[in-house]
Design a protein around this ligand. Structure first.
Ligand SMILES: *[C@@H]1O[C@H](CO)[C@@H](O)[C@H](O)[C@H]1NC(C)=O
Ligand SMILES: *[C@@H]1O[C@H](CO)[C@@H](O)[C@H](O)[C@H]1NC(C)=O
Ligand SMILES: *[C@@H]1O[C@H](CO)[C@@H](O)[C@H](O)[C@H]1NC(C)=O
Ligand SMILES: *[C@@H]1O[C@H](CO)[C@@H](O)[C@H](O)[C@H]1NC(C)=O
Ligand SMILES: *[C@@H]1O[C@H](CO)[C@@H](O)[C@H](O)[C@H]1NC(C)=O
Ligand SMILES: *[C@@H]1O[C@H](CO)[C@@H](O)[C@H](O)[C@H]1NC(C)=O
Ligand SMILES: *[C@@H]1O[C@H](CO)[C@@H](O)[C@H](O)[C@H]1NC(C)=O
Length: 249
């Protein structure tokens, strides 16, 4: 490092001169409150950030009402008025997440259609799922070979069978099994899986999609922070002017 000759400072050291004219970084940092109450929080190795927000850690303006999650000893759950789902993974890059919709094996939730209760939430079942059918109250003589007997009590104590269908189609099933009551759970599935793998399939969870983060992408692209107006649950982009802190832009 060599010193500047003082008389020729303006010519030889233009960078030094320029820096001297700018407000010093220390002054700028003092004026700017950089603390971010909505910074990502971790639960069980899952990052929680907009549009999700972690109760007890984030204030409510960090995400939409329906995206409030709670963390209990690394167990991340999302509640709505009908369901409590355990979240297994969140994929922010493509606005989707993996959740356990079944509540576990032999849960009474397995005897309703998962899709009908999701209808009221902002989440959609991804068509990447397959349909896992639970069949019960069947009128059968013998059962088809592709059906797996499930060791679970049904609501009417009839036998329960599992059967893995094709890609999930919202609002219905491509394959109505004859003479049975049917409930459908979307599952992610994997190569070679059949109904006999129902336990592993339930554990793998369902892939759900959300769209409420669309305005957030534009906001963060311009350096803003994504927030929600708690009184009407509407999106708000906060910008920073470097002087007065954060304001709605
Ligand atoms: C920065 O903002 C946070 C949250 O609004 C507040 O709690 C904190 O006191 C502020 N810090 C400073 C240095 O102003
Ligand atoms: C969580 O997200 C933050 C911000 O995007 C990132 O810095 C951090 O590495 C992430 N942590 C994990 C465990 O993914
Ligand atoms: C996690 O929470 C879900 C939903 O409340 C519950 O069904 C499940 O048993 C919990 N799992 C663990 C390991 O605590
Ligand atoms: C989002 O990305 C994850 C990880 O790559 C992937 O497993 C998942 O299937 C993707 N979701 C959708 C809806 O395509
Ligand atoms: C689930 O949906 C199927 C197809 O729409 C319907 O036939 C069946 O009765 C429903 N089952 C329950 C338990 O709601
Ligand atoms: C089977 O479906 C029929 C017609 O929807 C219904 O009346 C009956 O209660 C169902 N059986 C059980 C065990 O849920
Ligand atoms: C939040 O929404 C309410 C109701 O629409 C509105 O009156 C208020 O100005 C909004 N607040 C902010 C900070 O945008």
């Amino acid at each position: 490092m060599h010193a500047c000759p003082v008389p020729a400072a303006a010519l030889l050291c233009p960078v030094v001169l320029l820096l001297a004219l700018l407000p010093s970084p220390a002054t700028a940092a003092a004026a700017l409150n950089t603390s971010n109450p909505c910074a990502p929080a971790l639960c069980g190795g899952i990052n929680i950030t907009f549009p999700f927000w972690l109760a007890g850690k984030h204030p409510p303006e960090c995400g939409y009402k329906a995206y409030q999650v709670t963390c209990d000893k690394g167990n991340l759950t999302l509640k709505n008025s009908y369901w409590t789902y355990q979240l297994l993974d969140i994929f922010y890059q493509n606005s989707s997440f993996r959740a356990d919709l079944s509540g576990g094996l032999c849960d009474s939730q397995n005897f309703v259609n998962a899709s009908s209760d999701l209808g009221l939430s902002p989440f959609k079942i991804s068509p990447k799922n397959q349909e896992l059918f639970f069949l019960y109250d069947c009128e059968l003589r013998g059962r088809p070979r592709s059906w797996t007997l499930v060791n679970c009590p049904s609501p009417d104590d009839s036998s329960v069978y599992a059967l893995l269908g094709k890609n999930y189609t919202p609002g219905g099933t491509g394959m109505p099994p004859m003479n049975c009551n049917v409930s459908t759970i979307p599952v992610l599935g994997y190569e070679g899986a059949t109904g006999a793998d129902y336990q592993r399939l339930l554990k793998g969870g369902s892939l759900l999609e959300y769209t409420d983060d669309e305005p957030c992408k534009d906001c963060t692209d311009t350096g803003g922070r994504c927030r929600v107006n708690v009184s009407d649950d509407a999106f708000a982009c906060y910008c920073n002017d470097g002087d007065d802190g954060w304001f709605i832009c």
